[in-house]
Structures are given as structure tokens and as C-alpha cells.
Design a binder for this molecule. Structure first.
Ligand SMILES: Cc1ncc(COP(=O)(O)O)c(C=O)c1O
Length: 455
């Protein structure tokens, strides 16, 4: 019963993983062409499990992107460490629900232990609560939901019971280069993205604490400040110690840090200085599926005051109580897969030193890419490459045209962005398996395309 479908899945995995390093990384495929490959008639009669999987594997093949491979530099994308992929298969096989402890004492215990390891590794307060969520998006929603509860409770307002209408709503301040998911969280939680005060930033996208101080001086009432570790384009982190100083000068204030990928700098001794002071915040969002290289989806919402997170998410019904001590008392979801297991397996496999090496290696490779590309007369590197992000501005070629040509070429894959009004090709080096040779192969392909397109 199990053998045939699982053998078929294993054959797919073997083929896919063996080709990951050499297949064209992400050649464009038209949506219509992809849809045409997928039989869209809902069958009346079923089909054997193994043939369903074999047919799907064949149909999907041209539209799969080697984003877990060593030369994918799009967005901020990690691959999957073999140990984390294996753990993810175990998660699927065991099919545990980590809503309440009694549903899976094993996976609840894994969450507890892994939470402690994550706090230790990232230098965050040992007493903080950790919720295992789908991504930094939901981690920020969780952190800001806890903030909303705590800040309003301090004003004598129970937002869970009474909602936001008529509430003494905190003023939200975000950096000028905050990630789109922070604004999305503000929309979802009823703060309103456009009502947030934008704090100007420096040329690398770091929030300016001097201006933050001036802005706060003019605001009465509770405030919620959203800072970040790792700006999505430049990789720069806000000066978190100085930001924490400014926020700490007032009572009725909450500091959240979006550290989707940049918070991992805290785990690498040579990069830790980039996030000095990060531990002084009240809540943090950090992804595991980016720099820790676990499969999608996995991230952590961390909140200093466990009671604030529990107040935001605990719920009860006659047949079930989800309390602060239950995993779902720390996340927005109810039923949930055991996504802490791949994180746990990755950390157990790498150890403290292995995580530090992974982070440091990616930073060194990003520097290598910037140096190799920056030597080309037709290319300017626009950011200070201190972390894993590289902004590549071609002088005589449109960045969008170059990115499309890179995708067609297939050696590597990179996305685009706009930085200070200039279109750029954007590289993020976040994969455990990328080597110096992968970087040189990719930069050679990119510079050859710049030459060809500049003619
Ligand atoms: C700074 C930052 N915050 C949040 C996110 C969103 O992460 P996710 O897609 O895992 O929710 C990203 C993704 O790149 C990011 O770079």
C-alpha cells in the first residue's frame, strides 16, 4: 500500500536532486504551456497512486525551478540541507498535528527544545516564547499581534474582546525600507499600512535613530516601532542598539525586529556586530527556510513576554483548550504540521559552529560575487556587501533585460529590484551548497551577457 507511491516519490526525488546542480536553473516557461501539461479534468474514477505521482512528476518537470540549487540567487532563498529534507519527510510520514500537546507529545517536546536552541543561537532572551510559523510574514503578524495586545492592555483596553474601534491605538513607526510583509501585517492587524510613520533611512536602507528620536518626541501615547535586521535589497541592518536606546527612553513602547534572514548574522561571530543590540527588542521574526536551509515552510515568531503572545493567540472551545503551554497558543493557526522537526534536525546536524560557517560562507561568497562583477567596467555594485546581498547595476543594459537574459541562459537565476531609483539585478547568496566555483561560473555568465547586450 505504501511502497508503490513512496517508491515513485523517491524516484522523483532522486532524479530531481541529482539534477539540481546542473539543470538550467529557471528558464522561463509560459503559464499557458504549464497549464496545458496538467490534465484539468476532475476524474470521476480514480487512478492508482503510483501512476498519479509518475504522471505529475512528468507533467511538472519543465516548470520546476532549481531554486534549492547552488546557483539560484533570486529573492532570499535557501535550499534544503539533506538532513532537513529527511526530517521533513519524517514530518509528512508521521503526519502529526502540533495544535495541542496531547495530539503529539513528541513534536510538542521538539518545539520546546528547538525553541531554546534558536534563542541561544541567536542570542535572544532565554525566557522568550517561540512560535513555529510558516514564514517571516506570519512571524511578524504574530509579533505585532502580541504587541497590539500588550500595548493596548497597558492602556486598559482588551483588544481581543473589544477590537480596535474606539481603542487608544498605538502609533506605528517603520523604517523607510521596511519589508512589504511588515506593511501587510499592519494591514491585517488593523493598524493600517498607510498610517504608519515612515522613519527616514541612510543610503544602505538603515533606519536613522536620530530622526526616530525626533519623531517619537512629537508622538503621545503608546508606540510600536518596527525595525529590521537585513534589508531585503542591501542586507543592511538598522543600528539596533541605537534604535533600542531611543525606544527604551519611553514607557508604553514596543520594538519589533524583522530579521527574516539578517538575524542569522547573530549566529556567526564574525557578523554578529551587524546586529548588536538586537536582543533588546520585544519581538522578532526570523525565517528558517531562508538562511538555515530547511525546506519550505518554516519560521519562528519570538516574543520576549510569553504572556503577550499567549494573550494574542490562546483560544478555547468546549472540546479543546489551547493554552499558553500548547504550541498553538503561540501561533495564529490551529492545526499545524510539525515544522520544528526540520529546524531541529538542521541545528543538531550543523551544531553551533556549522550554523556560523554556513552564514559566514554565504557572506564571503557574496563578497566574491561583488568583486568579480564589480571588476567589469559595465557594472556598478550599489551596496556595501556586508552580508549576503549584492545589488548589481548594469551601466548600458536595462536591468530587467539582463535578468531575463540570465534566466534564459540558465547558468544561474537572479531577480530585479530598484534601489534609490536605479534598476538593479539583485543577488542573494543563501544556499548551503553554493561553492566559489558556482559564483565564478555565474559571474562569468552574467558579465558575458552584459558584454553581449551592451553591443
Ligand atoms: C526582510 C524580510 N522580511 C520578511 C520577508 C518575508 O519572508 P517570508 O516570505 O518567509 O514570509 C523577507 C523575504 O525575503 C525578507 O527579506
Amino acid at each position: 500500500m505504501w511502497d508503490e507511491p513512496l517508491d515513485e516519490a523517491r524516484r522523483f526525488a532522486d532524479r530531481w536532486l541529482a539534477g539540481l546542480g546542473e539543470r538550467p536553473v529557471g528558464r522561463p516557461v509560459a503559464d499557458t504551456a504549464m497549464r496545458a501539461r496538467i490534465d484539468d479534468r476532475l476524474p470521476d474514477a480514480g487512478a492508482p497512486a503510483e501512476s498519479v505521482l509518475a504522471e505529475l512528476a512528468a507533467a511538472l518537470e519543465p516548470g520546476l525551478v532549481a531554486s534549492a540549487g547552488p546557483r539560484y540567487f533570486g529573492f532570499v532563498t535557501g535550499g534544503a540541507l539533506p538532513v532537513a529534507l529527511g526530517a521533513d519527510w519524517m514530518v509528512a510520514a508521521a503526519d502529526q498535528n502540533v495544535a495541542v500537546r496531547v495530539m503529539s507529545p513528541a513534536m510538542a517536546a521538539i518545539e520546546d527544545v528547538t525553541a531554546g536552541w534558536v534563542l541561544d543561537l541567536l542570542g535572544l532572551p532565554a525566557e522568550a516564547a517561540v512560535g513555529f510559523v510558516t514564514g517571516a510574514q506570519m512571524a511578524t503578524v504574530s509579533g505585532l499581534a502580541a504587541a497590539r495586545h500588550a500595548l493596548l492592555a497597558a492602556e486598559g483596553w482588551d483588544v481581543g474582546a473589544d477590537g480596535l474601534a474606539g481603542a487608544p491605538v498605538p502609533t506605528v513607526l517603520v523604517g523607510a525600507h521596511a519589508h512589504a510583509t511588515v506593511l501587510q501585517a499592519l494591514r491585517l492587524l488593523g493598524f493600517g499600512a498607510d498610517r504608519a510613520v515612515r522613519v527616514p533611512a541612510d543610503d544602505q536602507g538603515r533606519m536613522r535613530p536620530d530622526v526616530l528620536r525626533d519623531l517619537l518626541a512629537a508622538i503621545d501615547g503608546p508606540v510600536l516601532v518596527c525595525a529590521q535586521a537585513g534589508q531585503v535589497d542591501t542586507g543592511a541592518s538598522d543600528p539596533l542598539d541605537a534604535v533600542a536606546d531611543v525606544v527604551g527612553e519611553r514607557s508604553r513602547a514596543w520594538l519589533h525586529v524583522d530579521g527574516a534572514f539578517g538575524l542569522w548574522a547573530a549566529a556567526a561571530p564574525a557578523r554578529r556586530h551587524l546586529v548588536t543590540g538586537v536582543e533588546r527588542a520585544d519581538s522578532w521574526a526570523v525565517d528558517a527556510h531562508k538562511w538555515l536551509n530547511v525546506p519550505y515552510d518554516g519560521a519562528m515568531a519570538v516574543v520576549r513576554d510569553p504572556a503577550a503572545l499567549a494573550a494574542a493567540f490562546s483560544s478555547t472551545a468546549a472540546y479543546i483548550t489551547m493554552g499558553a503551554d500548547d504550541p498553538s497558543g503561540r501561533v495564529p493557526e490551529s492545526s499545524r504540521r510539525a515544522r520544528a522537526l526540520p529546524v531541529h534536525a538542521a541545528l543538531r546536524h550543523l551544531g553551533r559552529s556549522g550554523v556560523a560557517d554556513l552564514v559566514e560562507r554565504c557572506c564571503v561568497l557574496a563578497r566574491q560575487a561583488a568583486d568579480e562583477l564589480g571588476r567589469h567596467p559595465g557594472i556598478a555594485i550599489l551596496n556595501d556587501v556586508e552580508l549576503n546581498q549584492v545589488l548589481v547595476a548594469p551601466r548600458d543594459v536595462d536591468a530587467g533585460v539582463l535578468a531575463r537574459a540570465i534566466a534564459e541562459d540558465g547558468t544561474c537565476w537572479a531577480g530585479t529590484s530598484v534601489w534609490h531609483g536605479r534598476s538593479v539585478v539583485r543577488l542573494s547568496v543563501s544556499n548551503w551548497s553554493t561553492t566559489p566555483e558556482d559564483i565564478t561560473r555565474s559571474t562569468a555568465a552574467i558579465t558575458a551577457l552584459v558584454d553581449r547586450l551592451s553591443r
